[in-house]
Write a new protein. Structure first.
Length: 371
């Protein structure tokens, strides 16, 4: 079996460091907001190239807290692409605002800046461009009028740790960025975790207050917040993995380049497109097939290849988001793409022989009949 992602390979490389770090936490009882959290926040802020990093409970909380920190409130609208995981829109709804879903470009499947412009209204309070599949969204092409309108830009950087656009690191765009440390991410914990990164010290302070019940000091509550903090044990894991992240991302890039060689020219297959100026980190390697996608994935899995689908239904067609007013045919690029997306196995440590097997099985799955 060739899995979609193999986390055991990463664990083997950091197991000793994590064991020692866990032992230290258990010995000191440093369980909540411990020194490992503070150290990781400083190290990750430096990695991203921003002033502040605030560790939180998960990536969805990170986005919601960033939205609340910039002032998004009930009655506001937030523009975001339909081709993303539902957590992006959930964060908007949880902040009390209305998600306004827009289409993506047909090449990289990232948010279409022209669609963002067309969606702006007097109620628009924020825009969330999503860094998808490990590639940074085209922030420099967003409408110039956003600042004049008082519209905040919040980066969804959950899939782009270590990626860059025009030399600038993911997680440093907009007023703030929310990221996820779900285990399968390029920088993944051993459970849930997330962070908000920003150059705005005041915004970082507001996020930290929100995640600690609105309290900067025990029993002094200046805001109504909630409980969302990065766990100390997860910070131990993340510190160990962060030291390896640049090397692991380089291995992902090598694997993506090899897939490009193996899959180039296969009829009925579209390879990923990288926007000019982007250096992706290939969180996912997503191709598009013209054949019956579900049948292709079924055939690949039968042959021991862990193909996946990210994402089978664009947000505006999911039952949870249907009442926000977009029906079938309203976002055609997202809808066409969703019908053919296939994610191929990619992770640090995947071998070329494994990739050759993936390519062979994909070729066979695209063929006629039961080939």
């Amino acid at each position: 079996m060739i899995p979609l992602v193999d986390l055991s390979l990463q664990h083997q490389q950091i197991a000793e460091e994590v064991t020692e770090g866990f032992a230290d936490v258990l010995t000191t009882g440093d369980f909540v907001g411990g020194k490992a959290v503070a150290a990781f926040e400083q190290e990750y802020a430096q990695f991203v190239g921003v002033r502040d990093c605030v560790g939180v409970g998960n990536g969805t909380d990170a986005l919601e807290m960033a939205l609340r920190a910039v002032g998004v409130a009930p009655g506001d609208e937030v523009v975001l692409p339909a081709n993303t995981f539902i957590a992006t829109a959930e964060a908007v709804v949880r902040a009390g605002a209305r998600p306004v879903l827009v289409d993506v470009d047909d090449a990289a499947l990232l948010v279409d800046p022209d669609a963002v412009e067309a969606a702006l209204t007097e109620r628009t309070r924020a825009v969330i461009p999503v860094d998808l599949y490990g590639q940074v969204a085209p922030f420099d092409r967003l409408p110039a009028s956003l600042a004049e309108r008082g519209v905040a830009v919040i980066e969804d950087a959950a899939q782009s740790q270590g990626a860059s656009r025009n030399g600038r690191c993911a997680g440093s765009f907009g007023a703030a960025a929310g990221t996820s440390f779900y285990p399968g991410k390029n920088l993944g914990a051993y459970g849930d975790g997330g962070a908000v990164t920003t150059d705005d010290e005041e915004l970082a302070t507001r996020v930290r207050l929100l995640g600690a019940h609105g309290s900067a000091a025990k029993y002094e509550h200046t805001h109504v917040g909630f409980n969302s903090r990065l766990d100390t044990l997860q910070a131990v894991v993340l510190r160990a993995k962060l030291r390896q992240l640049r090397r692991w991302n380089a291995e992902r890039r090598e694997a993506a380049a090899y897939y490009g060689q193996l899959l180039d020219g296969i009829p009925g297959l579209r390879l990923p497109v990288v926007l000019p100026g982007n250096e992706p980190v290939w969180h996912l390697y997503v191709v598009r097939v013209h054949a019956q996608r579900d049948e292709v994935v079924r055939r690949m899995r039968e042959q021991g290849v862990g193909a996946g689908v990210h994402y089978p239904v664009p947000l505006h067609l999911t039952p949870a988001m249907a009442h926000f007013g977009h029906g079938p045919g309203s976002l055609p690029v997202s809808e066409r793409a969703a019908a053919g997306l296939v994610s191929l196995p990619i992770y640090p440590g995947i071998t070329q022989s494994q990739q050759e097997r993936v390519a062979q099985v994909l070729r066979e799955a695209l063929g006629p009949g039961d080939a």
